[in-house]
Design a protein around this ligand. Structure first.
Ligand code: MLT
Length: 260
C-alpha cells in the first residue's frame, strides 16, 4: 500500500496482530528483505515494514534523506495507522533511522533493535568513501550497486547466497540514482547517537555478526557495553536477516523476555 508524505508515495505493508513491530531495511534494500521472516513474526506482532525514501517502491523526498527526515516519515505513517508505540528493528541504515526516531519520538518506541548497525557517525575515511560513491554512481550506477551489495557479505557468505545477492542487485538497479544519492548523503551526514542509545529508557539490543565487514563485531560489542544495551552475537556477516534467518526470527519473537 502507499502512504503519502508531502505528496510522495511511501510504500508499506502491515500484517498480523498484536504489538507493533516495525522492520526497517538497510541501504540498497527494501521491505522485501523481511518477506521470509514475516509469516512467523505476524503470529505475535502487527508487522509494519516500509520502503524507506529512495528505496523500493517509495519516492524521493529531498536531495538529502537525513535520518531525521526518514524517522519523521515513519512517525507520520504510524500516526496514520493509529499506532502509538512500537518495537523498532533497524537493519544497518535502518538502525540509524531507528535511533533518529527514538530521539525525536521517544514516547513512540519501547524497544530498539540495532541489527548489524551502530550508533556511531561516519569516520572521516568513511565520509570520503561516501563522496567517492556519490561521484561513481552518477556514471556507473550498475557497477556501484553490484560492488556495494557484494561488499555487504563476507567472502564465505557471498558464496552461500548467490541467488539472494542477484535478487538484491536486480531490485536495487530499479532504484533511482537520485534516491540512492540522497541516502548516501543522509548516512554521511548523520550524527553520533551513542549517548542517545545509552539514555534510551526502553529495552535495547545490539545484534552483531562475527564477520560483519561494515560494522565491526568488536566495535559493536564495546558499544553495547558502553550504552548498556543487551548484546547478541550471530555467526555471519552484515546480512543477518538472510544469513541467520531462523535465529533472528526466534530472537525477535522473544525480545521482551531475553536477558543476558
Ligand atoms: C547498510 O547496509 O545499510 C549500509 O551498508 C550502512 C552503511 O553504509 O553505513
Amino acid at each position: 500500500m502507499n502512504y503519502y508524505f508531502n505528496n510522495t508515495p511511501i510504500f508499506y505493508k502491515s500484517t498480523g496482530s498484536g504489538p507493533a513491530l516495525v522492520l526497517l531495511h538497510g541501504f540498497l534494500e527494501s521491505s522485501t528483505i523481511w518477506k521470509e521472516l514475516i509469516p512467523d513474526l505476524k503470529e505475535k506482532y502487527t508487522i509494519i515494514c516500509m520502503d524507506l525514501p529512495g528505496h523500493g517502491k517509495s519516492g524521493n523526498l529531498s536531495e538529502i534523506h537525513s535520518m531525521e527526515l526518514m524517522a519523521e516519515v515513519l512517525y507520520e505513517l504510524l500516526t496514520h495507522l493509529n499506532i502509538a508505540t512500537c518495537k523498532l528493528v533497524g537493519h544497518s541504515m535502518g538502525g540509524y533511522v531507528a535511533l533518529a526516531f527514538a530521539e525525536s519520538y521517544p514516547h513512540a518506541v519501547d524497544t530498539l533493535v540495532l541489527l548489524n548497525s551502530t550508533p556511531l557517525s561516519d569516520s572521516i575515511e568513511r565520509k570520503e568513501n561516501r563522496d567517492r560513491a556519490l561521484r561513481l554512481i552518477q556514471s556507473e550506477k550498475k557497477l556501484f550497486i553490484g560492488m556495494a551489495i557484494a561488499n555487504l557479505f563476507s567472502e564465505e557468505t557471498r558464496l552461500l547466497f548467490p541467488s539472494a545477492i542477484e535478487a538484491l542487485k536486480k531490485e536495487a538497479y530499479s532504484f533511482s540514482t537520485e534516491g540512492i544519492m540522497a541516502n548516501i548523503r543522509g548516512m554521511r551526514d548523520r550524527v553520533d547517537r551513542t549517548a542517545l542509545l545509552k539514555n534510551f529508557g526502553g529495552k535495547k539490543w545490539v545484534v552483531a555478526g562475527t564477520k560483519d565487514p561494515i560494522v565491526p563485531f568488536s566495535q559493536c560489542k564495546l558499544l553495547a557495553l558502553e550504552t548498556e544495551s543487551h548484546f547478541k552475537t550471530v555467526e555471519g556477516s552484515h546480512m543477518s536477516w538472510l544469513e541467520n534467518q531462523d535465529e533472528i526470527v526466534k530472537f525477535l519473537l522473544f525480545i521482551d523476555f531475553f536477558y543476558l
